[in-house]
Structures are given as structure tokens and as C-alpha cells.
Design a protein around this ligand. Structure first.
Ligand SMILES: Cc1ncc(COP(=O)(O)O)c(C=O)c1O
Length: 420
């Protein structure tokens, strides 16, 4: 042995042959790989789906947390049940009633963000090779959770009105014809991540009908439902089907992502399995986080705070759409979100967003290539732009930089076009 540091070759993982099969599906997401670079101050990051927590009344939240520990520390610093704090579950039911969901606190399981709910659902439903039907594109964290349990994701087309019912029907038929089992349909109906579109009302009934007929569970993942820019919250799928829909919610976008509190509301059989799975994963969730959220809902003007978030994100959405319209070269198109955090940008034919990313980073702008949102790695013609975090002036500057990168790519392509 010498004292010399090991070379990277020696540091290659020596346990590589010993991992379970399912660990092969665990790969770093496009987004995680980007975070380190995109966090540099000179880069305008339109990449990570980072909420703007600086808009919270941090002093008030700080003293609320202090009071929580001083006044209820023996509960906040103790274990609790795997299903989650009963008082918080009651408040969660009140929040869901804004989307016309009638749920009892017993139906709710508190989770570590909705990401853990996705993991627990995958854990209780997916055997290797089982099919999960999901939108094309789909939330990268859900694809990661499904891949970790060796699911085979079948994507279904969307358009500006959300998931296309006929395409869903065809996919269900094709999966059945291939002799495989689809375990559930995973959908983000409101202000989709990454596509920015919302499922229109007349398709909602149709989609429920199709899934009911096929005996297929729907997983409705709705982190952005209260962040619509116009009108009241949209009626949830779960509001019209208690038995066929598992609904996932989170406080990450309406309060604070750092508290890591989300929830699932599910039919009793699934709820019981989720509780058992949560117990084996973490015994119970953080009492401290749960009570922080409970106190926040009880003592702070959370409805006004959501209004403030909506206004803030609307202004940033407007800045994004305005800059795209003024600056993007012909051949690009994009979605126009009515809420949430994301615009889905389509690049001119032949331009690959993944290959273009290093150029964009050198031009000091970051986005997420579309490939991260497809289980088969397609989607290279798309990029996800998240407008939630940068100030409007930074967004405009970021899109100016991005537009010039796309222009250079177009020129480059023309220079090297075959037949010139
Ligand atoms: C569609 C969707 N589902 C789930 C999550 C996970 O959120 P969290 O675990 O913070 O609740 C996100 C986060 O961006 C998301 O966009």
C-alpha cells in the first residue's frame, strides 16, 4: 500500500457486480446532473423546477417554528404514526376540498413530498416488466421511481388540451394485446411538468371512463393545482372517482419544498399498503416537518400566500412567453401554461436539445433537455423551461441567450446541410 491517492480507475465501484437488478434502472436524472452547473451565478437557470421560497414571510415562519419547538416540542421532536399526524391530515382534506375532493383524514397518508408517494406506489404495485402508462412526456422523478422497480413505461400522446383519450384507449388495448399488464395510468392533469398543458374538462370524464372500463387505476399527481393563473382550482379527477383514483398532493410548491411534506389519498386497500410500505421505508415521517406545516396552515395566511405565489409566477410566465415570442427564431414553438412552472419548447427540426446544452451553458443559460422526460430517451427536439425561480429581467436575458444559441445551431445546420 502507498499513501498516494487512488486513481479514478481504482475508485470505480468495486461492488458493481453485486447490485440487485433493479439498481440498474437507477441512473442520475438529466436534471440532477445539471444542478451543479446551473447553480453558478452567471448562468440564468431555466432548468430545475425550483419554487421561489424567498417570497415566503421567512421571519414569521421562523418565529412560528421557534414557538412550535418551545410549545409543542415533545410532540414535534418525537416519533409519530406512519400514516401521519391526524391534525395535518384534517387540514389536507380541507385543502383538497378546494378541488372538490371529499376525503376523510383516514384516507390520507402523509409522505416525504409527493416523490415518496410515487416511490411507495411503485413499490406496492410494480413487478419487473409491469407496464405503467404515462403521458408523453412525463415528470422525470416519476419515471425514475418507476424505473427503479423495473417498470416498462408506455407513453401516450398529449396535445395542448392534455392527455388524448383516444391515444390512451389505443395504448391500453395494445398493452393488453401484447399479453402484458398495465398497473396504472400516471397523469399530471394540471399545468403539466414538463409540458405546461392542462387536461380540459370534457376529456376528464372520458379518461376516467376509459380507465374504469379497463379496470385500470389512475394516479393523479397534482403539485401545481392551486397555482392556476385564472379562475378557481380545477375539479380533480379524484373528485369524480374515489375508488379508481389515487391522488397525490404536496406542500412543496404552495409552501416550502424543504419541509418535504406531501400526501396520497387512496382507496382503503391501497391506503393500507401505502402505510405498511411507508413504515418499512422510514418508520414514520418527520413529526417536526408535519407539525411545521400544520402550524403554518393554522397560524399563517396561507391562502393569501398562495395568491402571492400565483401572481409572482404569472408575471414570470408572462415574461417567458413575451420573450419567446419576440426572440425565438422561426421553427420554434412552445406551450402556453395557464399555471404552474413550465413551458415546453419545441426546437426546429434536426436540432437536438441535449447536444445543444453545452453551447447553451457556455452562453450562460440552462434548460432541461426533453430526453429526460421520456422513458426511451426520445424527446431530443424539446426543452423544458422553468420560469419559477429567476426574476423576470433574468428570464428575458436567459431567453435572449437561448435564442441566439438556437440561431447559431440553425446556421450551423444550414452550413452543413447535405446537398449544399
Ligand atoms: C409532477 C410532479 N410530481 C411530483 C413532484 C415531487 O415533488 P415533491 O416531492 O417535492 O412533493 C414534482 C416536483 O417537481 C412534480 O413536478
Amino acid at each position: 500500500m502507498t499513501d498516494e491517492p487512488e486513481s479514478p480507475a481504482v475508485r470505480i465501484d468495486r461492488y458493481v457486480g453485486q447490485y440487485a437488478e433493479r439498481a440498474k434502472g437507477m441512473v442520475a436524472s438529466e436534471i440532477r446532473a445539471l444542478f451543479a452547473v446551473a447553480a453558478r451565478p452567471e448562468i440564468v437557470s431555466l432548468a430545475g423546477g425550483t419554487p421561489y421560497v424567498a417570497a415566503l414571510p421567512l421571519d414569521a415562519v421562523g418565529s412560528m417554528v421557534g414557538d412550535l419547538v418551545a410549545g409543542q416540542g415533545t410532540q414535534a421532536l418525537q416519533y409519530c404514526t406512519a400514516q401521519g399526524d391526524a391534525g395535518l391530515r384534517e387540514r389536507i382534506c380541507e385543502i383538497m376540498s378546494l378541488e372538490h375532493i371529499q376525503a376523510h383524514p383516514d384516507d390520507v397518508v402523509v409522505t416525504v413530498g409527493s416523490q415518496q408517494a410515487l416511490d411507495l406506489l411503485a413499490r406496492i404495485f410494480i413487478d419487473p416488466g409491469d407496464v405503467i402508462i404515462a403521458e408523453a412526456p412525463s415528470y422525470v422523478g416519476a419515471l425514475g421511481a418507476f424505473a427503479a422497480y423495473q417498470a416498462d413505461v408506455v407513453h401516450v400522446q398529449m396535445d395542448d388540451d392534455g392527455l388524448i383519450p383516444e391515444a390512451l384507449e389505443q395504448a391500453i388495448t395494445a398493452v393488453a394485446a401484447s399479453g402484458r399488464r398495465a398497473k396504472f395510468v400516471y397523469t399530471v392533469p394540471n399545468y403539466h411538468n414538463p409540458a405546461g398543458v392542462t387536461l380540459v374538462e370534457n376529456r376528464r370524464h372520458r379518461i376516467l371512463e376509459i380507465c374504469q372500463r379497463a379496470g385500470l387505476l389512475v394516479v393523479e399527481d397534482n403539485p401545481y393545482g392551486l397555482l392556476g393563473f385564472d379562475g378557481d382550482p380545477i375539479r380533480a379527477l379524484r373528485a369524480d372517482d374515489h375508488e379508481g383514483v389515487v391522488y397525490l398532493g404536496t406542500f412543496s410548491k404552495t409552501f416550502a419544498a424543504g419541509v418535504r411534506v406531501g400526501w396520497a389519498v387512496a382507496p382503503p386497500g391501497i391506503r393500507d399498503k401505502l402505510i405498511l410500505a411507508a413504515e418499512s421505508a422510514v418508520l414514520c415521517h418527520s413529526s417536526f416537518s408535519q407539525l411545521t406545516v400544520r402550524e403554518y396552515l393554522a397560524t399563517q395566511p396561507w391562502r393569501e400566500q398562495i395568491k402571492d405565489f400565483r401572481e409572482l409566477y404569472r408575471e414570470r410566465r408572462d415574461a417567458t412567453l413575451d420573450a419567446l415570442t419576440r426572440l425565438m427564431p422561426p421553427g420554434c414553438s412552445w406551450t402556453r401554461p395557464a399555471g404552474g412552472f413550465y413551458v415546453w419548447l419545441r426546437l426546429p427540426e434536426g436540432i437536438d436539445s441535449k447536444a445543444m446544452l453545452p453551447m447553451a451553458i457556455s452562453a450562460r443559460v440552462a434548460y432541461v433537455p426533453g430526453t429526460g422526460f421520456y422513458a426511451d430517451g426520445s424527446g431530443g427536439q424539446f426543452a423544458r423551461l422553468c420560469y419559477a425561480f429567476p426574476e423576470p429581467s433574468r428570464i428575458r436575458e436567459g431567453i435572449r441567450r437561448l435564442a441566439s444559441v438556437v440561431e447559431s445551431e440553425i446556421e450551423l445546420r444550414q452550413d452543413f446541410a447535405p446537398g449544399r
